[in-house]
Write a protein that binds this ligand. Structure first.
Ligand code: EPU
Length: 306
């Protein structure tokens, strides 16, 4: 269906059909996407998204795949990943500002901030994501969250228009940003809250790393699977009810942190969904708390599965 595009795309743009997605996620489950592209310019990104829209093919913008559960079947979708070097630039601006492409890894961004003595972005370092994904999800850790440090985001709308949205124009909250549900973040300007000696920044990074290593599993996972319910932590709730270790096939509730589902090796999307349902049902039955999934689902809708 998108085959005809090849001649119109630059030679640096990747376009493939039937692309396995499991290896593009941190959880490592799921099937193939009908189409997969890594555009090398805004023009090619536009061309791809317009062509897909014209063909009635949904588009999914993939970051690092760290907060994502991919279903098993062949998925009728065009997955677009901003992985070309043109999306991975970080530019240091005056006054503690950084312009960063959507494909930049948060870890790389934090490395750049460290080199420049820019402090206050350390909470992002341990999130295994890209800037684009972190914007889409308003990713957070260690008490901080992405939109705290965002000045503006340049987006590509579904209709192909490019817009620069200031922080005040964006509607974001816990793990979501309304404008980025459909649109694609191209780049953002972030403001580092302060300045510090590299040594001090390193100490904060180290403290966060230690905390993460002590409290989160090392096995493949999609991070926290549920949003925290108002006033509590989903992990604590699941733990309290003795649900750690619950297993469906190769998907298992981590014994380290109750809100992580780990892949024991050969888990499938169906098994992970089965485990999400089991945990959710049990939590509801035993404590009348309704847990909502945090991870995005590709290839199905949570509303249809829960
Ligand atoms: N707890 C338990 N048992 C568990 C897990 C946690 O009792 O199995 C308790 C902890 O002892 C602690 C409390 O629950 O008292 C909160 O735990 P934690 O500090 O691990 O934070 P969280 O609320 O479970 C949130 C984010 C994480 C982020 C951490 C660290 C959500 C859903 N999760 O987890 O984000 O890394 O804080 O800042 O908001 C993610 O969103 O994917 C994610 C991993």
């Amino acid at each position: 269906m998108l085959e005809a595009l090849r001649d119109r795309l630059s030679s640096e743009t990747v376009l493939r059909s039937d692309e396995p997605l499991a290896r593009r996620t941190t959880l490592g489950v799921g099937g193939r996407a009908r189409w997969y592209a890594e555009p090398s310019s805004v023009d090619d990104l536009l061309l791809l998204s317009r062509e897909a829209a014209g063909a009635g093919l949904p588009v999914f913008y993939l970051g690092r795949g760290s907060n994502l559960l991919v279903m098993d079947g062949p998925i009728e979708v065009l997955v677009i990943r901003l992985n070309h070097p043109c999306w991975r630039r970080v530019e240091v601006l005056p006054d503690g500002l950084l312009r960063t492409g959507a494909g930049v890894r948060l870890r790389e961004l934090c490395g750049e901030a460290l080199r420049r003595g820019l402090a206050g972005l350390e909470f992002l370092e341990g999130i295994p994501g890209t800037v684009g994904g972190a914007l889409r999800m308003n990713a957070g850790a260690m008490g901080g969250w992405m939109f705290e440090v965002v000045e503006s985001v340049r987006v590509l709308n579904g209709d192909g228009g490019e817009r620069l949205l200031k922080r005040e124009e964006l509607h974001y909250g816990y793990r979501h940003c309304r404008e980025l549900r459909e649109a694609c973040a191209l780049e953002a300007v972030l403001r580092a809250p302060g300045r510090a000696e590299a040594q001090n920044i390193r100490e904060v990074l180290h403290r966060y790393q230690e905390h993460r290593h002590a409290t989160q599993p090392k096995e493949p996972s999609a991070g926290c699977i549920f949003k925290n319910p108002e006033g509590d932590s989903a992990g604590r709730v699941i733990d309290r009810l003795g649900l750690k270790g619950t297993r469906v096939g190769d998907a298992e509730v981590s014994s380290v942190h109750g809100n992580f589902i780990i892949n024991r090796g050969g888990a499938t999307g169906t098994e992970v969904v089965g485990l999400v349902r089991r945990v959710r049902d049990e939590v509801w039955k035993q404590s009348r708390v309704e847990l909502e999934p945090e991870v995005l689902l590709l290839g199905a809708n949570w509303e249809d599965l829960l």
